[in-house]
Design a protein around this ligand. Sequence first.
Ligand code: NAD
Length: 304
Amino acid sequence: MKVLVAAPLHEKAFEVLRGAGLEVVYSEYPDEEKLVELVGDVDALIVRSKPKVTARVIEAAPRLRVIGRAGVGLDNIDLDAAKKRGIEVVNSPGASSRSVAELVLALMFNVARKVAFADRKMREGIWAKKQCMGIELEGKTVGIVGFGRIGYQVGKIAKALGMKVLLYDPYPNEERAKEVGGRFVDLDTLLRESDVVTLHVPLLDSTYHLINEERLRLMKNTAILINASRGPVVDTEALVKALKEGWIAGAGLDVYEEEPLPKDHPLTKLDNVVLTPHIGASTVEAQMRAGVEVAEKVVKVLKG
Ligand code: NAD
């Protein structure tokens, strides 16, 4: 059986595929024309967020039985076309949870201790000791909005740090809440009582601009907002106002309404915000886990 890997994967993922006796063909991000050419005789296709697996590609692959996506989102795959043909689509949704959670903590510490600001000043030759008064995280309350895979990992680390944990999720998992010493409350209570608010919800109609002007105004003026979920969960314009006018103390962001973040975006002018370029899942471990998990799932489907 033959599998086409159409995006870079960790070497261990290739070992899984070859170890299962599959013939592996590799092509890095082929365009649609090339992909149509390549899928003619493959039983499986593995992609990442690219390339696009369109209905045309699926039509051109009469033997295709499974599409693997190393990572989470499936928006580059025509799921209807796959379903019509009875092709299974598998992914690796939990592979990056720990990595995202650790980035969230990196952002929390960074904002709390003004690390990025201090670093910028040092490079300008400025010893900004007086401007770098920070806060400790121990004993502070973290509010986790969306207590799924990543929220849970954040909760575990926060508990270990001696933080109090508040949770908001329309589908509360009480057992996991107990594990992180957390308590479910309504969103407004969480926003009012937390020293750090961190967002871990999917982007849905119901979470679009979940954090808007009204909700930012509920937060403490000493609070920190972290967003490593999806950019549109936060109303950016309102956030810029909140950071400028001191409704909240700071923010750490990994995701944006527009990505890449435009060079002269107002966020880049603020000292109380730490910005990273959507790197939550960018670790060696997450990439390896994503590749291996999806390779194992593909093998499982092909071997029945
Ligand atoms: P998940 O599905 O495991 O958890 C999401 C949780 O949010 C669920 O428990 C769900 O019940 C809850 N939820 C749904 N609607 C809600 C609402 N209106 N209010 C509060 N909670 C709500 O997802 P996950 O794997 O933990 O991922 C969370 C987010 O992180 C997603 O937006 C995902 O796209 C994003 N993500 C970002 C990166 C990155 O690089 N920064 C990497 C991976 C995932």
